[in-house]
Design a protein around this ligand. Structure first.
Ligand SMILES: NC(=O)c1ccc[n+]([C@@H]2O[C@H](COP(=O)([O-])OP(=O)(O)OC[C@H]3O[C@@H](n4cnc5c(N)ncnc54)[C@H](O)[C@@H]3O)[C@@H](O)[C@H]2O)c1
Length: 353
């Protein structure tokens, strides 16, 4: 059975859904509303129906589901309007700007009895899935630290992403993906504390990068970092365990896993480093380590829309749940609170425990 979709906002991401993510799916985009004439023209060039207004799209009874791919600040009002008009809603990330607005959206979805979910597509990133698998296999021993980074050198894009009123900034843009991945790696662990600093390298008004340190109650320290003025990017992922280390560079396509093998060298020979001598930092002897292949995993993002189709047909529940949306939105609020006050925010565990 096919399900008709209306796309609201046919910019970079709205058109990407149409051209790539919906290909071969049973959800078919048939029409578009965008406030910009040039984007409406672009949509028309694919043979899509162009509505006169948002209200016009929402009044079309053949449209069962809408995708909201506008700048972040208007997700909230458009989603509520669409739900009240009886549409299911997929919202681009971040679903909205704070927990209060999200609560209003979720209440509107409950009242309408319609689906409201968010496009957390980076749960299908190859690197994230590799980390997930390696943690599950336990081959690094007790993992004590994870670092998840995205570094570019173009500065923050010069469109609405630079405007705080429109929900600009890198915390909302990339932070939401990387924090969602962090909590999805440890769904049963609580986050003890959040510490964050924001960068303003290229402009004063919005964060163009950030550093976030999370501590989980399972003992894991988790760093999330985004930079837009990094001319030498650091690895996309580092996972450190008692018995091994994994590095994934360049979106997880290259990397290595090095693990302890057999007995450590009892008689480490000191090495000369810079102006000194060290035994502690001497490299391990080759026969006391082994290098493993990165798992051959190729996630299929097509699962996202197949799940939504199954939801529309009453055969599944959404992969991205309301509770997960709430948790990440509260985490984003803690990030901003820490960056504003310079303090460590106690998150899901009270101070005394
Ligand atoms: N999931 C991902 O990987 C991913 C990647 C990029 C962007 N996004 C998200 O997608 C959304 C759009 O980002 P983008 O990069 O496509 O931005 P964009 O600027 O390329 O496109 C936004 C479009 O929305 C239109 N628009 C603005 N206000 C509108 C309104 N009130 N009603 C209808 N149309 C309106 C604009 O004219 C524009 O065409 C954002 O929420 C962003 O965070 C997600």
């Amino acid at each position: 059975m096919t399900h008709k979709m209306g796309i609201i906002g046919f910019g970079g991401m709205g058109s990407f859904h149409y051209k790539k993510l919906l290909k071969g799916q049973e959800i078919v985009a048939t029409g578009v509303w965008d406030i910009k004439e040039e984007r409406r023209e672009y949509a028309r060039s694919f043979g899509l129906h162009i509505y006169e207004s948002l209200e016009d799209l929402l009044a079309d009874e053949s449209i069962e589901i809408v995708l909201i791919a506008t700048p972040n600040d208007v997700h909230h009002t458009i989603a509520i309007q669409a739900l009240e008009a009886g549409k299911h809603v997929i919202c681009e990330k971040p679903v909205t700007l704070n927990a209060k607005l999200l609560t209003e959206m979720l209440e509107a979805a409950d009242k309408a009895g319609k689906l409201l979910t968010v496009h957390q597509n980076r749960r299908w990133d190859r690197g994230y899935r590799i980390v997930h698998q390696i943690l599950g296999e336990g081959i690094l021993g007790d993992v004590y630290r994870i670092e998840s980074r995205v570094h570019g050198a173009h500065g923050i894009p010069g469109d609405w992403r630079q405007d705080p009123k429109q929900g600009g900034g890198m915390v909302y843009d990339w932070g939401i993906h990387l924090l969602d991945q962090a909590v999805m790696l440890f769904p049963d662990a609580k986050i003890r504390s959040v510490y964050a600093t924001l960068n303003h390298v290229t402009n004063e008004q919005t964060d163009d990068g950030f550093f976030i340190d999370l501590t989980f109650d399972n003992g894991i320290h988790y760093t999330v970092e985004v930079g837009t003025s990094h001319f030498i990017p650091l690895p996309r992922w580092m996972v450190m365990g008692q018995d091994g280390t994994m590095l994934l560079d360049n979106w997880g396509l290259e990397g290595k896993i090095v693990c302890a093998h057999g007995e450590d060298d009892k008689d480490v020979v000191p090495v000369v480093t810079a102006a000194g001598l060290t035994k502690t930092m001497a490299p391990r002897r080759e026969d006391t380590i082994k290098t493993l292949d990165i798992p051959d995993i190729w996630p299929d993002i097509g699962e996202y829309y197949r799940n939504i189709t199954a939801c529309l047909e009453g055969e599944a529940t959404p992969i991205v749940t309301h509770d997960q949306m709430r948790r990440v939105m509260r985490l984003i609020e803690a990030v901003f609170a820490s960056a504003r006050t310079g303090e460590v925010i106690r998150f899901e565990i009270p101070l005394e425990s």
